[in-house]
Design a binder for this molecule. Structure first.
Ligand code: TLP
Length: 344
């Protein structure tokens, strides 16, 4: 099976597994697990923030950051298809207490000019807008990169309006590698950032939240409150250290393969892909011209050995990662061609 479902499907490397077995551990709830502390220090330094917190998932990372800001009665500005809004079970409202103000922007790319039209004057009728949430790369935006200049302008705009900037940087290393810049360009000027050690970086579990020390103390308490504080978590953190030290540069290979895959798919009649939108490791394909029911098409691909994720009603997403080779890209395109030619 060629598994292009997501980069969440990556398995730990041998080096990670060895590091996990050998890890020196303690009790992270008490803050004395040396390997967790080493990962947190390394992560904070990498992203140019004062402190960092290890959490089990990206979803929890975003949630504890938003809980630490405090949402009850307040409004958060975020893209209408942001992961935090779209895929996190409504936790930003039901747990963090925010009122979401959904912003429309092509390919997930917010701009200060667009945001300006959503900002409301202080008035007793309105919730107070306190947070701007950014996502880079933007998942439903096609893995799009908010470029460094636009990122800087967005943060400056938000700060000028007194907003906390939270960056969902689940794939921020993909954004940095694709832009040819150090990740700190995107992370050191925000108030909080979440990034994933799993996904493209291949760790089996875990994300990092980073920010000011006092903010991370609040996030740590939020993590405890929702049951995310772990005990001998150093075994997991050990894989995260390898992820950060060894797995970042190779993301460029995933990007090159996604581009190649998109080029091959673009030649298949009935499948539409916007080549200019393939900037990182994701390829979104529209199969509406085939007129095939969405489940039917994805099942047909699976029967031929290709796993993709369905984006209803007429799109699917393919994500390249460490287990996808050049040969897999060619085979995936061949399977897609056969499935498209099979008609309705
Ligand atoms: N994304 C997953 C699914 O949840 C859709 C995927 O396959 O792409 N932020 C962003 C931008 C994400 O893409 C994801 C996961 C998360 C946060 C949440 O991370 P986890 O899965 O670790 O909770």
């Amino acid at each position: 099976m060629i598994n292009l479902f997501s980069d969440t499907q990556t398995l730990a490397t041998e080096e990670m597994l060895e590091a996990m077995v050998r890890a020196e551990v303690g009790d992270d709830v008490a803050g004395n697990d040396p390997t967790v502390n080493r990962l947190q220090d390394l992560a904070a330094a990498k992203v140019g923030q004062e402190a960092a917190l290890f959490v089990p998932s990206g979803t929890m990372g975003n949630l504890v950051a938003l809980m630490a800001v405090g949402g009850h009665g307040n409004e958060i500005l975020l893209h209408e298809e942001s992961h935090v809004y779209y895929y996190e079970g409504g936790a930003l409202c039901s747990i963090a207490g925010f009122t979401p103000r959904l912003v429309a922007a092509p390919r997930g790319l917010l701009t200060p000019e667009i945001l300006e039209t959503y900002l409301r004057p202080a008035n007793v009728h309105h919730p107070r807008t306190t947070v701007l949430e950014l996502e880079n790369t933007h998942n439903r935006g096609g893995g799009s990169v908010t470029p460094p200049d636009l990122h800087r302008r967005l943060v400056a705009w938000a700060h000028a309006h007194g907003l906390h900037v939270h960056l969902d940087g689940a794939r921020i290393f993909n954004a940095a590698v694709a832009s040819g810049v150090d990740v700190r360009v995107f992370t050191e000027n925000v108030d909080s950032v979440q990034f994933c050690l799993s996904k493209g970086l291949s760790a089996p579990v875990g994300s990092i939240v980073a920010g000011r020390k006092e903010f991370i103390d609040r996030a740590r308490q939020a993590r405890k409150r929702i049951g995310g504080a772990m005990r001998q978590a150093g075994h997991l953190a050990a894989a995260g250290i390898v992820a950060l030290e060894k797995m970042v540069d190779r993301l460029a290979e995933d990007h090159a393969r996604a581009k190649r895959l998109a080029e091959l798919v673009a030649k298949i009649p009935g499948l539409k892909v916007d080549l200019s939108s393939v900037e990182t490791n994701m390829v979104y394909v529209d199969f509406a011209p085939l007129g095939v029911a969405c489940d039917t098409f994805v099942d047909r691909l699976a029967a031929k050995g290709l796993k993709v994720s369905l984006i209803p009603p007429t799109r699917f997403r393919m994500v390249t990662h460490r287990h996808i080779s050049d040969a897999d890209v060619v085979s995936a395109a061949r399977i897609l061609g056969e499935a498209a030619r099979a008609g309705q």
